[in-house]
Design a protein around this ligand. Structure first.
Ligand SMILES: [Zn+2]
Length: 288
């Protein structure tokens, strides 16, 4: 990693190629090339909300950030991007926390919309940044590419397949799921609902932003690996639309005593994975 790059706020022309690369699944297609849309703070911010006893949503309307509360501090899954770091910190405060208690930021993959804010979080909060090893190199390349600019985090923790990270009473398990990027890291964590603890998963990189049979096989192999390691009860995707995070949150506010938790949906997780395999099959057939 090279250090000391100056911070350059992405300009209108910035990120076009990567926006296409990152957002093919998640962002409304009309807006995919529109940096004004992507960087409109008031339009993109959403009030934070609690999903489980120990998990909250602190992300934007189109890209996720999850806050995991442990007995020894906080963990974030994904870092959003500038100009949203302040929004993210405000969201953490609105849930009654001090952002300085964020101990780790897990970056699911090295594209700007998930990794772009990590440098600021590292600098401001002293948080440790976790990424798949290959994506530390990706961040180094993409943050200084001609298409987008961001100040990358200094290279920190690189965790691999089946490695774990424990903070207080909470252990995260990582599953390396290359395809969307080489170092896409899926994160498994406990989601607590009263007396019940569910297996939650944030899939590391979803969109098929590439072509070629070899990489499509890598992508499909990753999906199969997650299927084999399941079942997972809860899908908290790194773009909220892929797991109906906002509609489920509305259902959660209307949940009555004893009713099932609307985010606990094993069949939906299975469907999500099956759809990824089908997308890879179609891409391989030249019909994405
Ligand atoms: Zn991406």
């Amino acid at each position: 990693m090279k250090h000391g790059r100056s911070r350059v706020v992405p300009a209108l022309v910035a990120s076009l190629a990567l926006a296409v690369a990152c957002c093919t699944v998640a962002a409304p297609r009309d807006n995919i090339h529109d940096w004004a849309w992507l960087s409109d703070v008031e339009a993109r911010r959403r009030p934070p909300f609690r999903i489980f006893d120990n998990v909250a949503y602190v992300g934007l309307d189109w890209v996720s950030c999850y806050l995991i509360e442990t007995s020894a501090g906080l963990i974030l899954i994904d870092a959003l991007y500038e100009p949203y770091t302040e929004t993210l910190l405000d969201n953490i405060r609105a849930l009654g926390h001090d952002p300085a208690d964020v101990a780790y930021v897990i970056v699911t993959h090295g594209h700007w919309d998930h990794a772009g804010g990590a440098g600021t979080l590292q600098e401001k909060l002293g948080a440790r940044i976790v990424m798949g090893a290959a994506d530390w190199d990706l961040v180094d390349r993409d943050s200084s590419s001609g298409n987008t600019h961001f100040t990358p985090a200094r290279e920190d923790l690189a965790l691999g397949d089946r490695e774990t990270l424990t903070l207080g009473d909470t252990t995260l398990t990582f599953h390396l799921t290359p395809g969307h990027t080489e170092g896409s890291l899926s994160v498994e964590f406990p989601a607590r609902d009263g007396e019940t603890t569910w297996r939650a998963l944030t899939y590391g990189g979803v969109g098929i932003n590439f072509s070629g049979p070899e990489r499509l096989k890598t992508y499909s192999d990753s999906v199969h690996r997650i299927m084999a390691r399941g079942p997972f009860d809860v899908s908290l995707t790194n773009h909220p639309g892929m797991a109906r995070v906002f509609p489920r949150a509305r259902d959660l506010t209307a949940r009555g005593p004893g009713e099932p938790h609307p985010f606990v949906d094993r069949p939906a997780m299975a469907d999500f994975l099956e759809q990824r395999l089908e997308a890879a099959r179609q891409a391989l057939a030249g019909n994405p």
